[in-house]
Design a protein around this ligand. Structure first.
Ligand code: TMP
Length: 237
């Protein structure tokens, strides 16, 4: 497979065309941003960790019946994936109160929730990815009811699988963000990444944050946190 022109550069990844019109290559960067790009930095080694961690977890999810965009890991930082139209919704699942949920609802971070929750944000950087509900998402044409139902079903399935999976390595999955895409034939698949950039991981024993909050909140040594999760997944540090 031959890498061609760059078609997109986001905050954490670049995307390139290939000689196959149905496949693109994602190239993960070490760049880190927070607060919609206001805070900028680098987390050394993050690109390679996020690439390989995402692929590992997507394989686990595929085995559990969640279709993903994954085609093939190319090298440390690059992966071939199905070309999709990204559904312009960030799908956030929460198992424990944290981050914007705690802030918006005045519920202290770390509080138990009576059940897991799902929320959608409209993917639009200029608007700061505002929270929207499924009626609004339908009204603006971001997704159909059928797509919203399927995406929600997949997102809760991802939660069931990953919560148990991370518990097995001593990590509590507090919350995470998913993105879905539509392939050329209209099939909805899990896309984007699953990594410490997009999940909150707390050590089950100590409560230590092992995710991008270490960068967002200047808690120190984000590199060490990413490496720790990676090592617990069985990838030697
Ligand atoms: P939040 O509490 O800031 O809404 O974040 C919820 C989850 O979504 C958290 O695991 C981090 C992830 N997330 C992203 O992946 N991208 C983003 O731009 C934001 C704000 C959060």
């Amino acid at each position: 497979m031959e890498q061609k022109d760059m078609i997109y550069e986001g905050k954490a990844k670049k995307v390139f065309n290939t000689d196959n019109p149905e496949i693109v290559i994602v190239d993960y960067k070490d760049d880190a941003t927070a607060f919609n790009g206001l805070k900028k930095g680098t987390i050394a080694g993050k690109g390679a960790i996020n690439n390989r961690m995402t692929n590992y977890l997507m394989k686990v999810l595929e085995e559990q019946g969640v279709p993903t965009h994954l085609v093939k890991e190319i090298d440390d930082r690059r992966t071939a994936v199905k070309k999709v139209d990204i559904v312009p919704l960030e799908v956030i699942i929460r198992n424990r109160a944290a981050g914007s949920f705690s802030k918006r609802l005045g519920i202290p971070e770390g509080s138990d929730l009576k059940c897991s929750t799902l929320e959608f944000s409209y993917k639009d950087d200029d608007l700061g990815d505002p929270l929207i509900n499924s009626y609004m998402a339908k009204a603006i044409g971001a997704a159909t009811q059928e797509e919203i139902d399927l995406i929600s079903q997949y997102a809760f399935k991802v939660n069931d699988v990953l919560k148990e999976f991370f518990a097995g390595i001593g990590i509590e999955l507090i919350d995470f963000k998913l993105e879905f895409g539509k392939t050329a034939d209209g099939t909805i698949v899990l896309a984007d990444e699953i990594s410490p950039d997009t999940c909150r991981f707390w050590d089950m024993k100590t409560g230590e944050k092992l995710d991008k909050d270490r960068f967002r909140r200047d808690l120190g040594d984000p590199e060490g946190a990413y490496k720790e999760v990676f090592a617990r997944l069985g990838f030697g540090a």
